[in-house]
Design a protein. Structure first.
Length: 156
């Protein structure tokens, strides 16, 4: 499910660092972890009760004189895959409500793999608008990224 989206990211300079496949109810969830310079890109897909590509998240950590923070940009498959019946209808209502409550955080709509470029472009624009230096992790970038995420979660 993630392969055509990963191909677009690779054409944009991202390289595959790792893939994580987890068992979920009725199937599997796959996350491809990619990176390009200081930016990480996670691509999520599922095979199971609901099949398909779900979303992409681009994340870059920024150092400023006062702190370190992460800048994230999300892209969401449109229409997103949803479970059939009442659960799918309820999920649709909740998503619409959340988008109305936080319009600045609405993910970039993606209908085809090439739309992943819109997520990457938006992330780069937001990155250029931030006053700070992007963090380039040393050593194993994926391991360093996960350690930074754990520090972020512990401080929140």
């Amino acid at each position: 499910m993630v392969k055509p989206w990963r191909a677009v990211a690779e054409r944009r300079g991202f390289r595959l660092l790792d893939r994580q496949v987890d068992l979920i109810r009725g199937g599997h969830r796959c996350v491809d972890f990619l990176a390009s310079g200081p930016t990480f890109l996670d691509l999520y897909g599922e095979l199971g009760e609901v099949n398909g590509f779900w979303h992409a998240t681009a994340t870059t950590w920024i150092d400023t004189p006062d702190s370190r923070f992460s800048l994230s940009t999300a892209g969401e498959m449109q229409p997103p895959p949803r479970p059939p019946g009442a659960a799918g209808f309820f999920a649709k209502v909740v998503v619409r409500l959340m988008h109305k409550l936080a319009p600045a955080a609405v993910p970039v709509a993606m209908r085809a793999p090439d739309d992943l470029g819109l997520v990457i472009d938006r992330h780069l624009r937001e990155l250029m608008a931030v006053a700070g230096k992007p963090v380039l992790f040393e050593g194993d970038p994926l391991e360093a990224r996960f350690r930074q995420q754990e520090r972020d979660e512990a401080s929140a």
